[in-house]
Design a protein. Structure first.
Length: 354
């Protein structure tokens, strides 16, 4: 039996590597429609006050700063104001300082964590957020059809593009064992269970060298494992008791590798798509992988998807959680609530300048 599991794991790894590039081409058109369609409009601003939250340790941070400064100078605007994140403060005080200067747009140069922190403060302010993806996953940028490798193009979009409202979501995290509780915004996918375990156990050196592919190595090591009992409620419905490995809450569904993990997840539909995963073995994980990659419409009992605006999960024992790829501590209860059309972001459209 151990040899069979080994062969299955090898097959999963090979299939993932071969199919990732194929997924980009096959699924891009579908997700562009779902993520950036709708009511994008011009900002209507001939002059803009620009604030920038920048993670200075990212590889292209200096180039990003120079590109933004040059674009604002060419447009005849006042000098953009830069606020750099630190290891101790990933953007909380920086975005508050930026908002105090009443900017028209706040650009975020960093990874998913920086984007999430800034978005948490910009939600329902009416101040637009422009994305300059400099991280490993760049999840939100991918879901609004930005080319994460085109620095110049992303600066142009952030400054001169169209804008539109998207949904955000909040996850309340409670741990009855420690008494700790917190609440955070997420933009793409949050989760509880194995997905958070994988993120916590991903080798930092591999991540620096191979980017998002490093998660595959950690994921393979975590495929074996036991299911855990939870209760889950959707929109106030009676609790369901389930044995799960992971539960994901998706605001939108495109993930690195070009995989449209949840193609029906729309970024502005006022709902979350909840994926409950309960495989017993590596074979179960393989079946789920095939279903996701080939968009098989048949039902798979170990992978069920629900749509809900509010989800409550309770766990007898603490389970790890994650928000847009950042670990968020252990919880015995999570409460997830969608916030429809609560964040204004810049998307492609409008004339390029500079």
């Amino acid at each position: 039996m151990s040899d069979l599991i080994l062969y299955v794991l090898i097959a999963v790894a090979l299939a993932f590597a071969i199919s990732s590039w194929w997924g980009v081409r096959r699924l891009k058109a579908l997700h562009v429609r779902s993520a950036v369609g709708g009511d994008a409009y011009e900002s209507g601003l001939s002059q803009q006050r620009v604030a920038v939250i920048l993670n200075p340790i990212k590889a292209r941070a200096d180039e990003t700063k120079a590109t933004i400064q040059r674009a604002c100078l060419t447009a005849g605007w006042e000098e953009p104001v830069f606020y750099e994140t630190t290891a101790e403060d990933p953007g909380f005080s920086q975005v508050q300082a930026a908002l105090a200067h009443k900017p028209d747009v706040v650009l975020v140069g960093g990874g998913d964590g920086t984007v999430r922190v800034v978005a948490e403060s910009l939600t329902r302010t009416g101040v637009a957020m422009g994305l300059i993806p400099l991280g490993t996953g760049n999840l939100l940028a991918r879901n609004v059809d930005l080319d994460v490798n085109d620095l110049h193009g992303n600066v142009q979009t952030a400054l001169f593009g169209h804008q539109r409202h998207i949904d955000t979501a909040r996850m309340g995290i409670e741990n009855s064992r420690t008494g700790h509780s917190s609440e955070h915004v997420f933009l793409v996918i949050a989760g509880i269970g194995m997905d958070a375990e994988v993120l916590a156990d991903t080798n930092a050196g591999l991540k620096r060298t191979f980017g998002w592919l490093a998660y595959t190595e950690a994921g393979m090591r975590h495929l074996p494992g036991r299911r855990k009992k939870i209760s889950i409620s959707f929109d106030g419905s009676p609790d369901q008791v389930r044995n799960i490995r992971s539960v994901l809450f998706a605001n939108c569904g495109l993930v690195p590798g070009g995989i449209d993990f949840i193609p029906q997840a729309m970024i502005d539909d006022g709902m979350l798509d909840v994926v409950v995963m309960s495989p017993r073995s590596a074979i179960g994980w393989l079946l789920m992988y095939v279903k996701i990659m080939f968009k098989h419409s048949g039902k798979l009992p170990i992978m069920t998807i629900y749509r809900s605006g509010r989800i409550v999960i309770k766990c007898p024992e603490p389970m790890p959680t994650q928000l847009d790829g950042d670990t968020a501590g252990e919880a015995t209860k999570v409460t997830v609530q969608v916030e429809p059309r609560s964040l204004l972001i810049r998307v492609k459209g409008g004339a390029s300048r500079g």
